[in-house]
Design a protein around this ligand. Structure first.
Ligand SMILES: Cc1ncc(COP(=O)(O)O)c(C=O)c1O
Length: 488
């Protein structure tokens, strides 16, 4: 096999093409064994992930079959190609190729992917959206698809004002800036408040998309450790004294990835600390409404007596991620500066989508939808916790979430790291998000994040079973070899 390393055709496709040709020409026959991925990778001088990708591709085409612990064999005939199991979008803009490869592996047909960050497609109210779009086009005609006001469609800004008042936030429509999803709201605040090299305090682990922003805007992340209640305040205080940050990023409710909820007293203390040092707080509340066991404490913005909180949220996790409608609530000169940065970025957020979301707010459809989603999430969360206790290796640790989409698991110390296990997990047909991605300092090697919301209970059970089996297989097959030389 000759590989062309600078070809436009990815390496894994070259390998897959080679074996496909060999199989189809009969040079290798049904029942023949393919070389183990590790050996072939070493022989070809490439990363093991490329070989695993190639094998996964051939497996999806029905040309080969993997048998746990025994190897990979040429199949007798073509198996039907199964549909995608929820595409993973968890690593937006991941800078390096191995990361993209990892994401792509999770998207192989037949893999039960818990790696993504999105609500499942069956949660998305497509019919209600169709109704809203038709209503908007009939009512507003061309105005719905003309340039929109830079700050946002005024009735939506008023609708958001009313909506957040139900969460305890008192503001005026003028304080609301509509953005392209919560992600843009976070990015605009970072751009507006911080300059290159300035420090930003965040929980460690934190939201991956925040780390993307931090890297692109050349800001210095200062990660502070967390406990079951979120950021530890003595660490925040120490970080403030040492790093003189320009901004504190906090996701106090159903934190991604840990699921932690910051209790009311800690929220107040965090705000007091920010006020004492006069540091603005960027609140990310994107999961706030997704509680299924009681009501969480009010958002930081609702407790903000010093006007220090910039509140970012949106309609992705609770309604329709692809419409890309979010908002940031701020007042005073900062609000004006945010608007200017926003206009420079994209002139306006699509008016048609803003108007459709406004319909959901105005006719109460959002509230009904949220009630249904919460019930479903509660069921899926219970299924995930049960499946975790049944199938995850002994010594695994997790806290049962009370809201949000994720189970954050720490694997036992006496087994593989999340990265080491990943390829074996894919071979067993299951994917997760690797914990280290969420850390500012590359720690968290034994953590995995599982988006249980992505699948109905029976699939969750099967996915966790596969994960447990992958861990066992890894222990039996690779542990001795890896003790001599680490895989990734
Ligand atoms: C904590 C957090 N903030 C923001 C976002 C981005 O949300 P949006 O789709 O509204 O841009 C996500 C998406 O995963 C998230 O988990």
């Amino acid at each position: 096999m000759t590989l062309v390393k600078d070809s436009l055709e990815p390496i894994y496709q070259q390998i897959a093409r080679y074996f496909r040709a060999q199989i189809e020409s009969g040079r290798i026959a049904p029942g023949d064994r393919l070389p183990p991925t590790r050996d072939l990778a070493r022989q070809l001088g490439i990363g093991r992930i490329s070989v695993v990708s190639a094998y996964a591709q051939l497996q999806a085409e029905g040309l080969i079959a993997a048998h746990a612990g025994r190897g990979t064999y040429v199949s007798g005939g073509r198996a039907p190609v199964r549909g995608l199991d929820g595409a993973s979008r968890q690593f937006p803009g991941a800078p390096d190729i191995p990361m993209r490869e990892i994401t792509r592996l999770a998207e192989q047909p037949g893999v039960i992917a818990f790696s993504g960050g999105a609500p499942p497609e069956e949660f998305l109210p497509v019919e209600a959206l169709r109704h809203a779009l038709n209503l908007v086009l009939d009512r507003d005609g061309a105005a719905a698809v003309a340039y929109e006001e830079a700050d946002g469609y005024p009735p939506l800004r008023a609708g958001v004002t009313e909506y957040v008042s139900s969460l305890g936030i008192q503001c005026q429509p003028d304080d609301v800036l509509i953005t392209g999803g919560t992600q843009q709201a976070l990015d605009l605040v970072v751009q507006t408040v911080l300059g290159e090299g300035d420090a930003l305090i965040t929980a460690n682990p934190t939201y991956l998309g925040l780390l993307d922003i931090v890297h692109v805007r050349r800001v210095r992340p200062v990660g502070v450790p967390v406990d079951g209640d979120g950021m530890r305040l003595e660490a925040v205080e120490a970080a403030i004294r040492e790093h003189r940050p320009g901004l504190i990023y906090a996701a106090p409710t159903f934190h991604n990835p840990t699921g932690a909820v910051m209790p009311l007293h800690r929220r107040r203390q965090l705000l007091a600390l920010a006020a004492q040092h006069n540091i603005p707080v960027l609140e990310d509340a994107v999961y706030h409404e997704l509680g299924y066991r009681g009501t969480p404490p009010p958002p930081l913005k609702a407790l903000d007596e010093h006007d220090l909180v910039l509140h970012a949220s949106g309609f992705s996790k609770i309604l329709l991620p692809g419409t890309r409608i979010g908002y940031v609530i701020a007042s005073g000169p900062l609000r004006e500066r945010l608007a200017r940065v926003k206009q420079a970025a994209d002139i306006c957020t699509p008016g048609l989508n803003q108007r459709a979301i406004h319909v959901f707010l105005a006719n109460g459809a959002l509230i009904g939808h949220l009630n249904r989603v919460r019930l479903e999430l509660r069921e899926r969360c219970a299924a995930a916790c049960l499946a975790a206790s049944r199938h995850l290796p002994p010594g695994s640790q997790w806290a049962e979430p009370s809201g949000g989409l994720y189970l954050w698991v720490r694997l036992p110390d006496d087994g593989p790291t999340a990265a080491e296990l990943y390829v074996t997990a894919i071979q067993h047909g299951v994917a997760y998000a690797i914990g280290t991605l969420f850390y500012t300092d590359g720690s968290g090697g034994r953590h995995i994040r599982l988006n249980f919301a992505a699948h109905p209970p029976a699939r969750i059970e099967e996915g966790f079973r596969r994960l447990g089996a992958a861990w066992q297989a890894w222990q039996q097959t690779y542990a001795p070899a890896v003790r001599r030389a680490p895989i990734l």
